[in-house]
Ligand binder design. Sequence first.
Ligand SMILES: Nc1ncnc2c1ncn2[C@@H]1O[C@H](COP(=O)(O)OP(=O)(O)OP(=O)(O)O)[C@@H](O)[C@H]1O
Length: 209
Amino acid sequence: MISLKSVSHSYSNQHRIGFKDWQIKDGEQWLLLGASGSGKTTLLHILTGILKPEQGDVMINETAIYGLSSKKLDQFRGRNIGIIFQRPHLIKSLTISENLVMAQSFAKLPTDLVRVNEVLTSLGIADKKNAYPSELSQGQLQRVSIARAVINKPALLIADEPTSSLDDQNAAAVLSLLMEQSGLNQATLVVATHDKRVKDAFTNTYELS
Ligand SMILES: Nc1ncnc2c1ncn2[C@@H]1O[C@H](COP(=O)(O)OP(=O)(O)OP(=O)(O)O)[C@@H](O)[C@H]1O
């Protein structure tokens, strides 16, 4: 269960953005909608422990995340939250497999190559495990981002505009992979987007005004 209670934030010299309360049950899939500048990225950063809001509480599975020390919060994030950005942020000098091992090590988890293979196979890119990011297509790279996000079986999977840089075919594939992976890993899924192609796939929506 994830909950957002009485949360608001303002950046210096800017008007305060208020976020209505939100309760997300385990395994639910949500779309986060809002016009450009309404605060979607801000809210995702608050939900993922990257940005402490000026006011309010964020609970993830009984843990008030902003009550944790920054070291504990980093570790909590690595183990419990998987993030997929608009464009993949992979380490170019490491292979695909090494990028995933790095995500295990950031979370202070032991290297688990069986899990690396399992995730790459479920995403249809096991044959790329020894390739470098520069050798993959955009669609394949976005699959690696999903692999990296789910490698540690997070409770919460967050995607920020995951399809906006992809063509129709890849956008549909990435969306169904996200939904499938959140199901396989029993992760709650939150997708922020203004990509109209994504909207019909979700029944739960949280809208920023
Ligand atoms: N680091 C920052 N410092 C100051 N103001 C910021 C910062 N980040 C965001 N803002 C402001 O906060 C508001 C919300 O921004 P945010 O990026 O969360 O919106 P968004 O809904 O994700 O927009 P978009 O869809 O265009 O990415 C905007 O007015 C933006 O200018």
